[in-house]
Design a protein around this ligand. Structure first.
Ligand code: A3P
Ligand code: EST
Length: 290
């Protein structure tokens, strides 16, 4: 893949062009009862949660979590690029317990996951920081179309015309589903504010127990700096022609409120209006600064 493929639509959702090729297999994917799903809108803390969960499953043994890069350790359900095993092919070969990453909106997730009542962890992040992070990710990862200017990208984001669609529909859809389903709904901002409190929620949800020392160790291992310096967590093993960290590193800033460095006053007003409109029908709220 040497050029920037256009977005395609599957089941009414915009998706990365190459991912559309495997959509039929994603739809009929067979979940297992003990699958653990990590669901997010892109740029909301997926990698952070993936690293946490993989460490918990491997009892904090960093020799084991060094076995491969994070995007291989936690397979990406809808992933498909030419000449590589697809997410569904990889997952079919993995022994239980599988941890599965997905960016699919709740209504698009294959039905089988609900039939099996799989545990799912959803991480949500405030839309302003997501938009900024996503813009820089579009720039550095050529699986995305050209983002255009920041202004153009922000408009596409608010129109839901970026890969995986509307941010607001995504966070609201999963929020509404959490009451009936086996879903732990967490916020990126809460994880930054009090990492150990949020890690404890994940540990309990997974049915595990950790000592205070282990919790502290987990916190250290999954800090922004530790993950930024960890080649198995920071995406640095991917060729520069596919992800160019000199344009923008994958582990970019890892903070809340960076949008203030990117939004103009007028863009902020537009986003506030978009947010007010989109969030009028939900009790879900976000913190935009720490
Ligand atoms: P920024 O671009 O705002 O820095 P995802 O994994 O869903 O693609 O999300 C990537 C975002 O999460 C990036 O945000 C990245 O820096 C941030 N991130 C990754 N690991 C993190 C960690 N351990 N602590 C805080 N933020 C982290
Ligand atoms: C796409 C969207 C997203 O939110 C995260 C990732 C991480 C893994 C990326 C993938 C993606 C896009 C395609 C790749 C892949 C790693 C190798 C592959 O080519 C860049």
């Amino acid at each position: 893949m040497s050029s920037r493929p256009p977005i395609k639509y599957v089941s009414g959702m915009p998706i990365l062009g190459p991912f559309a090729e495997n959509w039929e297999n994603v739809k009929k994917f067979e979940a297992r009862e003990d699958d653990l799903v990590i669901a997010t809108y892109p740029k909301s803390g997926t990698t952070w949660m993936s690293e946490l969960v993989d460490l918990i499953i491997h009892k904090l043994d960093t020799e084991k979590t060094k076995r491969d890069a994070i995007f291989q350790r936690v397979a990406f359900l809808e992933y498909a690029v030419p000449n590589m095993l697809t997410g569904t092919e990889i997952l079919d070969r993995i022994e239980s317990q599988r941890v599965i990453k997905t960016h699919l909106p709740v209504e698009v997730l294959p039905k089988h996951f609900w039939e099996k009542n799989c545990k799912m962890i959803y991480v949500a992040r405030n839309g302003k920081d997501v938009a900024v992070s996503y813009y820089h990710f579009y720039r550095m990862a050529i699986v995305h179309p050209e983002p255009g200017t920041w202004e153009e990208f922000l408009n596409s984001f608010m129109e839901g015309k970026v890969a995986f669609g509307s941010w607001s529909a995504h966070v609201k859809g999963w929020w509404n589903a959490r009451k009936q389903k086996n879903i732990l709904y967490l916020f990126y901002e809460d994880m930054l504010e009090d990492p150990k409190r949020e890690i404890q929620k994940v540990v309990t949800f997974m049915g595990k127990k950790l000592s205070e020392d282990e919790l502290e160790k987990l916190h250290q291992l999954t800090s922004f700096q530790a993950m930024k310096n960890n080649p198995m967590a920071n995406y640095s093993t991917i060729p520069k022609s596919v992800m160019d960290h000199s344009i923008s590193p994958f582990m970019r800033k890892g903070i809340c409120g960076d949008w203030k460095n990117q939004f103009t006053v007028s863009q902020n007003e537009q986003f506030n209006e978009y947010y007010r409109r989109e969030m009028a029908d939900t009790d879900l709220t976000f913190r935009f600064q720490d």
